[in-house]
Design a protein around this ligand. Sequence first.
Ligand code: NAP
Length: 491
Amino acid sequence: MNLISNEALQPFDIVLFGATGDLSLRKLIPALYFQDRDGQMPEDGRIIGAARSDYDSVAFRTWIDQEVRQYIPKDQLDEAEWGRFLKRIEYLKVDVTAQDDYRKLGEMLAGREEHVRAFYLSVAPSLFGAITDGVHAAGLITPNSRVALEKPLGRDEETAEAINDRLAAVFTESQIFRIDHYLGKETVQNLLALRFGNALFEPLWRAELISDVQITIAEDLGVDGRGAFYDQTGALRDMVQNHLLQLLVIIAMEPPVSVDADAVRDEKIKVLRALKPLVGIDAIRNSVRGRYTAGAYDSGPVPGYLDNDTIPDDSMTETYVAIRAEIASWRWAGVPFYLRTGKRLPGKCTEIIVNFKRVPHEIFPTADGFATPNQLVIRLQPEESIRMRIYVKAWGDDIQLQPVNLNLDFNDVFQKRRLIAYERLLMDIVRGNQTLFMRRDEVAEAWRWIDPIRAAWEQYDYAPVPYEAGTWGPVEANALMSRDGLKWAEE
Ligand code: NAP
């Protein structure tokens, strides 16, 4: 089992709870189709959709045929392969809170106990416990079973642990696949390859040579139809606890001894444990909490967060967070890691910027009078690329330095189609490869760092500060960096 595992799949049943939901239609079913079309699935692989909507298998296939096509690019949809794929799909009308419905599921699964059995919980987290208890009580958990869960895994450490306790009562940790879909992205895996597959970067990857690291997950969308859900969650829980911390950990971890799941996850958790706690006034000084107001894009004006009818006027929910984090370790002592995420920012972009220190003694003049240090930019969205800024002498009589980019655009390098994150993750669940999934202690440790930040916001009545939709967030976030003599990359 390892990161690069591409071993053939065993025959399987994937039971997709929440098969009629948004995630299933937009991501999971297209991902399964791509893998099937590309010849990755064994002949005997079934997908069993389970939800309350009233379909039988034939009607469900017809509905999927109508609903899912829009999420598959036209040039990727091979009618013959699509038709063949649809035949893999069965449907069972299930209310996950009704124990008798698990008996019906048992009948559908009977005789296939040797097959890999994957329960994928694409439902609200409040239903996780009912499903795990239900499949257990009905005797459906075989040694070859796994369970996969979507974030959010709890609202804080206590609730996450309660979910994990309930899971642990019926599944072993090696059967539990906690999904952070960022880990399924090619560039995140490439980050590991870049760091640990090249001799070039590792010697540079430390406080002596790195000035700071900036990680941004920006979205241009607002909360729109998801207002009620989002207002209970906010950017700290929705993005920082999982995606941003996972990216930070992959940048900062020590080399694992191998790419086996536990070797990688043992190193990842050390970073989470080494994060300097942000408690009380320290949390207030090192975080910025923002909320977008009305603004405009090229496409036209957009309303503010509080203008949404589903959001209460006295909402204290943040749509933007910036945090200055530090890792207390030999490698990273004194290097600030700036994390930020927000809705209604200028564009959709996920980017990690590693800023190197200046040369110790500058001997060359530069066009703009000073040498901006070397910079490594790793882009995960919209395109996947790695760019290194270095200095060269500009052509001409004068010796003047000019920054140029060594550019690695994966679209140019690889002729193959880029997998969507869920393809990789779904196949790894069937394979039983947990490298790209979060272990229980990782989730708990991430909450342990996040919870005091939220507690400090409440203790100090820190209400979200405004920023105009279409801008890069509140001015307070600039102050967070200017204190260190730095600024966010695009400003
Ligand atoms: P959704 O669109 O609301 O879908 C929920 C699904 O659950 C539907 O298929 C619904 O089907 C089913 N369901 C609800 N109550 C049920 C019950 N008692 N018994 C059986 N089925 C029931 O939600 P979603 O957006 O797909 O999200 C699913 C999960 O993924 C959530 O945990 C969410 O937080 C997470 N997630 C979603 C996204 C995304 O992009 N959508 C991204 C990250 C994480 P019926 O009404 O037919 O029963």
